[in-house]
Design a protein around this ligand. Structure first.
Ligand code: DP6
Length: 324
């Protein structure tokens, strides 16, 4: 096959990945766990172009250059090495999430690219291999290969660091978009700076390992309340570690904090939701399905509030848009 297309969705981490122990292989210092969503898809097609001199990358209708294009080419190099090909490729991607605003668009992007590009270069990879491959583009992309709830095992080398599905109770999320502007410090840079300068980084890592073990148990037990409690306190710990960087970085905006407060007061009224936020100001609220619409309607005055559910893993599609 010389042309292939795939679709993937972002994921929101309930136990977060924040810190690498190998920058080249993208091995995390700790494992993480996430919910893949059924909204904000990225659709990517890859065409192998044996006579082209360079890769070409088009994102949302515009030619990408600089860092974004370099990351795509470096990622394709991993696939070319494995496929024994030197051919360049044309990559065309459309992304329904606001890029760079903390809605994990790089996760959906590299999960879709791994799936489409490996097929276009003739590789036949299983889900675990695709997860390992997607990880090389962006760590969190390892989890967007997987449907619904995914645990990413930190592992100790390229082979052992991958995501796989775990059973969990029914959960939904309300994504509250308070700001769609591109973030000023990328998560990659902020992660590096946190590891290098935040005095809280060692505590963050040990607390993440503990949160992950408790989260996996809570998922297996179907304990929504415990899942939510761990997710919210864990998210605030990550933001605490980031804010303690030198120079400091603060992703949460006043409107993000207002959403956390509103969620706490809704909980006191019996609407069970728990807030989390990635490297940006937008807030994702984990909610019991039976409380989801009430929570969404209550949060709508603080930002655009969208109710989403658990989504599919990365999937090959045919170029006309149907599932292969
Ligand atoms: C806050 O996966 O974007 O969303 O591996 O450097 O590309 P790189 O980082 P990335 O970081 C995601 C960080 C996070 C938490 C998470 O998704 O677990």
């Amino acid at each position: 096959m010389t042309i292939a297309a795939a679709r993937a969705f972002p994921n929101i981490a309930l136990v977060k990945y924040w810190g690498k122990r190998d920058e080249d292989l993208i091995l995390p210092v700790a494992g993480s766990l996430s919910l893949t969503l059924d909204a904000f898809a990225t659709t990517t097609s890859v065409q192998v172009m044996p006579s082209a001199e360079a890769d070409a990358f088009e994102l949302n209708g515009s030619t990408a250059t600089g860092e974004a294009a370099r990351r795509v080419s470096t990622f394709l190099d991993h696939i070319r090495a494995r496929a024994g090909s030197a051919a360049r490729a044309r990559v065309t991607s459309t992304n329904e999430a606001p890029t760079g605003a903390g809605l994990a668009s790089s996760a959906a992007g590299f999960a879709a690219l791994a799936t489409a590009a490996s097929a276009a270069y003739g590789l036949d990879l299983d889900r675990r291999e695709l997860s390992r491959l997607a990880r090389r583009g962006s760590g969190s992309a390892a989890r967007s290969i997987v449907p619904e709830v995914a645990v990413w095992h930190a592992g100790h080398d390229d082979h052992s660091s991958f995501a796989e599905p775990v059973d969990a109770p029914d959960m939904q999320m309300v994504i509250v978009t308070v700001d769609t502007a591109q973030k000023t410090v990328s998560s990659r840079e902020a992660m590096r700076r946190t590891a290098a300068t935040s005095p809280y980084f060692p505590a963050w890592i040990s607390s993440t390992e503990q949160s992950l073990a408790e989260m996996v148990d809570a998922c297996a037990a179907g304990d929504f309340t415990r899942i939510g409690e761990i997710a919210e306190s864990h998210a605030l710990r990550m933001h605490g570690a980031i804010e303690a960087c030198d120079p400091p970085i603060r992703y949460l905006a006043p409107r993000s904090v207002a959403v956390f407060d509103a969620v706490a007061s809704l909980r006191a009224q019996g609407v069970e939701g728990y807030a989390t936020a990635d490297a940006g100001p937008n807030v994702a609220v984990l909610v019991r399905p039976e409380h989801a619409e009430r929570l969404r309607d209550s949060l709508a005055e603080l930002g655009e509030a969208r109710l989403v559910g658990p989504g599919a893993g990365a999937t090959l599609i045919d170029p006309s848009g149907g599932v292969d």
